[in-house]
Design a protein around this ligand. Structure first.
Ligand SMILES: [Zn+2]
Length: 450
C-alpha cells in the first residue's frame, strides 16, 4: 500500500510532554509522512482512508522483554519462586522441539498483535538444537511484527541441563550462522547476552560476550537481579554487592544493553545504569507472579535511567498483554511507595512506547508518531462502556483501556489487524497448531522429573 490516511483520530504522538489532539496521519510507503491537527483538507487523496473517529491513534506498543514460545506453558508451574521455577523452565529444554518454538512463538506473536504490540524483543535462551532459534525467528517473521532477537548464552549452572549449556565458541558460531541467514534491518535486529548472570554464566563467558557483541555490533540483553536469590549468589560466589556491579567488571552495562527486571539493585547500581546508558525492561506482572519483589522504577526514572516495559514470557505472566502490564506498572509503584502520585500515567505510556524503542536501539525508527518514522501505529477504541466518559486520556489508556479495545495494528504501514481481524494470518490455523504443539509438549513433559 503506497498511501494511507488515518483521519478523525484522537492522536497521542508520545513526543515531548503530555499532548493529544484530534487530527489525521498520512502514511506513505510505510513511513509517517504527515501528522496534522484538525480536519482533512477537501483535496486530500489517499488510496485508502481509515476513519478513526472514536479511537485513539498512538504508536504501537513495544514489548521489550519476552519469551514467545512460553505461551505453551501458561500456568504450568505456579506458586514457585524464581529458582525452583527456573529449574523447571530450563529442565523443559530436554523435551522442547523446534516445532514447539514455531507454534508457540506464532501464537505469542498473534496475542501480541491483538493487544497492540508492534515490536517485540525476544530474549532467546533455550536452544537444545540450533533449529529452535531459527523456528522462533520464522514465527516472528511470519507474524509481521518488528523484532529484536536476543540470542543469549548459558555455559554453567547446576539447574541448567547439559543440552542447553554451550561453550562460547560454539555459541558464537551458532549466532554467526543466524546472522548470516537473516538480513539485518530495522525490521529485524539482533542482540546477544548472558542469560541470567551469574547463575548460568561464567566470568570468562561474560568477557567473551562483550568482545563478541562489540565485534558484531550487537546489543546485549540479560536477566539482571530478578530475585534476592540471584543477588545472594553473586555475593557468595563473586564477593560483589550486586549483579549490576558484578557485570560492570566485564563491561556488560552500556548504551546498547537492556537489563530485564533489575529488581534488587542499589542506588549506586542505579547510578551506574544511568552513567553507562543502560536501559531496563520492567516486567511487573512477571515479578509479581514469581514473588520477586518491586523494581525501583521511580528511583530509576528520577535518576534518568531509560525504562521500557515487558511482559516476560507467558510462563510467568501468564499473557502477552502490555495493557495489563501498563496498569500493573502504575499500580505497583503506587502501592509500594504508599503514594498515589509517585508515578504518572504518561511516564508509563512512555515506557511502553519510546522508552522501549530507545532500549532496543530503535528510537529513530518507532516509538512516537513523527514524520519520517516508520508507521508502527495502533488504533484503540475509546468509545466503550469502560472508557467513557474521557477525562484524562493518558490515565484512561493506562488504567481503563483493554487489549481487546485495540482495533487496528500496522507495522511499516502494513496492516496486521483491521477491526480485530488478522490480515496476514489465519488465526484458527495458528490456534490449532499451537494446541497440537501443546499436547505433544505436555506428553513429553510428563516424562521428566525436576
Ligand atoms: Zn525473561
Amino acid at each position: 500500500m503506497d498511501n494511507l490516511l488515518v483521519t478523525n483520530a484522537l492522536i497521542i504522538p508520545m513526543t515531548g510532554t503530555r499532548r493529544s489532539f484530534t487530527g489525521y496521519v498520512r502514511v506513505h510507503e510505510g513511513a509517517i509522512a504527515e501528522v496534522s491537527a484538525g480536519e482533512l483538507p477537501a483535496a486530500a487523496h489517499a488510496e485508502r482512508v481509515i476513519n478513526a473517529s472514536g479511537c485513539v491513534l498512538m504508536p504501537g506498543l513495544i514489548n521489550a522483554h519476552t519469551h514467545l514460545y512460553q505461551v505453551l506453558l501458561r500456568a504450568v508451574w505456579e506458586d514457585l519462586e524464581l529458582m525452583p521455577w527456573l529449574r523447571r523452565i530450563y529442565g523443559s529444554a530436554r523435551v522442547l522441539r523446534p516445532e514447539h518454538f514455531y507454534a508457540g512463538s506464532l501464537l505469542g506473536c498473534v496475542e501480541a498483535i491483538r493487544s497492540g504490540v508492534t515490536t517485540v524483543c525476544e530474549h532467546n535462551f533455550l536452544n537444545p538444537s540450533v533449529e529452535c532459534a531459527f523456528e522462533t525467528l520464522r514465527a516472528i517473521q511470519d507474524s509481521g511484527l518488528r523484532a529484536v532477537f536476543a540470542r543469549t548464552i548459558m555455559d554453567t549452572g547446576e539447574i541448567v541441563p547439559e543440552c542447553v549449556k554451550e561453550q562460547p565458541d560454539a555459541a558464537f558460531r551458532h549466532i554467526e550462522n543466524i546472522l548470516a541467514k537473516h538480513d539485518r534491518s530495522a525490521d529485524l535486529t539482533f542482540m546477544t547476552g548472558p542469560n541470567t548472570p551469574p547463575i548460568n554464566t561464567t566470568p570468562s563467558l561474560l568477557r567473551e560476550i562483550r568482545r563478541f557483541a562489540d565485534d558484531k555490533s550487537l546489543g546485549i540483553s540479560a536477566h539482571v537481579a530478578e530475585s534476592k536469590s540471584v543477588v545472594e549468589c553473586v555475593r557468595q560466589q563473586h564477593g560483589k554487592n550486586g549483579v549490576v556491579e558484578f557485570l560492570q567488571g566485564f563491561g556488560i552495562p552500556g548504551p546498547n544493553s537492556i537489563f530485564a527486571h533489575s529488581v534488587h539493585i542499589s542506588s549506586d547500581e542505579i547510578a551506574l545504569l544511568k552513567q553507562t546508558g543502560t536501559s531496563v525492561s520492567h516486567n511487573p506482572v512477571s515479578n509479581m507472579m514469581l514473588g520477586d519483589g518491586v523494581a525501583p522504577v521511580v528511583e530509576m526514572l528520577r535518576q534518568g535511567v531509560n525504562v521500557a516495559l515487558g511482559t516476560d514470557g507467558a510462563a510467568s505472566n501468564h499473557s502477552q498483554d502490555l495493557f495489563d502490564t501498563m496498569k500493573a506498572a502504575s499500580l505497583l509503584q503506587k502501592v509500594h511507595h504508599q503514594d498515589a502520585g509517585v508515578i504518572d500515567p504518561y511516564s508509563v505510556l512512555r515506557m511502553a512506547t519510546i522508552g522501549g524503542a530507545k532500549a532496543l536501539g530503535l528510537s529513530s525508527v518507532c516509538g512516537t508518531i513523527e514524520v519520517g518514522k516508520r508507521a508502527d501505529l495502533i488504533l484503540i477504541d475509546i468509545d466503550t462502556i469502560h472508557s467513557q466518559p474521557i477525562n484524562d486520556i493518558f490515565s484512561q489508556i493506562v488504567h481503563c483501556a483493554k487489549a481487546s479495545d485495540v482495533r487496528t495494528v500496522m507495522v511499516n504501514g502494513k496492516i496486521l489487524m483491521r477491526e480485530r481481524k488478522l490480515m496476514q494470518q489465519d488465526e484458527k490455523e495458528i490456534l490449532t497448531n499451537a494446541r497440537k504443539a501443546h499436547r505433544d509438549l505436555t506428553e513429553r513433559l510428563a516424562s521428566l522429573s525436576f
